[in-house]
Design a protein around this ligand. Structure first.
Ligand SMILES: [Zn+2]
Length: 236
């Protein structure tokens, strides 16, 4: 499950939304079924801005989807339970899963003393209805722009439930949960099939690579976003 709070300045009138989506379809920009609604909506917001010559907010939103600056991932060590010596390695492995799969993966491990962009908290359970049982990520993008410039800033907290079937997670299980939640940040939605990273967590059977279609969804979306950024930059 992902909770994305996107700061929005206005609500789109329905007619404008439809115009923007037909433009996306007309330019061949169909969305991959594994792409989350939050990512689609943010993309459509940006397209709508661009349609109205609001290029700076459009760029801020598109760049937030790509995560152009590296995204540091670190642990809130005060939440580390006993017997969790393998958890830090599991986080590294989770970051490594995306690094191996995606040449332009934004994720890096935070360095000591640095405040991570994605702060991982290990918890006993998550009080959520209908979400993932083993993890959750909250992300907030803050967009700022003027007539001539823009910034987007990401603040995110990831919750990893460290218990399964009466024991702590193994290193590989931590890696899977971390990579799953980072997959949400890349734009993926939950999948029902336990093939790649985005399916349900199965105790004792960690999956340590995205499926072909998950990777395709991420890469296709990043291509779409990059193409839009290039188009806008030509117009400015
Ligand atoms: Zn999920």
């Amino acid at each position: 499950m992902i909770l994305v709070k996107l700061s929005r300045l206005f609500l789109l009138p329905i007619a404008v939304t439809i115009l923007a989506s037909s433009a996306a379809i007309a330019t061949g920009g169909g969305f991959h079924p594994l792409l989350s609604n939050d990512s689609r909506n943010c993309y459509m917001d940006a397209m709508n801005d661009a349609c109205h010559s609001k290029y700076q907010p459009a760029l801020a939103k598109l760049e937030s989807l790509l995560m152009l600056n590296s995204v540091s991932v670190g642990i809130d060590t005060s939440t580390m339970p006993e017997d969790s010596a393998t958890f830090s390695g599991g986080v590294d492995k989770g970051i490594g899963i995306w690094k191996n799969a995606l040449p332009d993966s934004p994720y890096v491990r935070s360095t000591a003393g640095q405040k991570p962009t994605v702060l991982i908290k290990f918890v006993k359970d998550i009080d959520s209805e209908g979400g993932d049982l083993q993890g959750m990520i909250e992300a907030e993008h803050e967009f700022k722009w003027s007539g001539s410039g823009h910034t987007s800033k990401l603040v995110s907290t990831m919750y990893v439930v460290y218990r399964t079937e009466g024991r702590n997670l193994t290193e590989n299980e931590v890696a899977e949960v971390v990579a799953h939640e980072l997959g949400h940040l890349l734009g993926l939605t939950d999948a029902y099939e336990a093939k790649g990273l985005m399916g349900p967590f199965i105790s004792g059977q960690p999956r340590l690579a995205p499926s072909a279609s998950e990777l395709e969804a991420v890469q296709q979306f990043r291509e779409m976003v990059r193409a839009e950024i290039a188009k806008i930059e030509e117009r400015i």
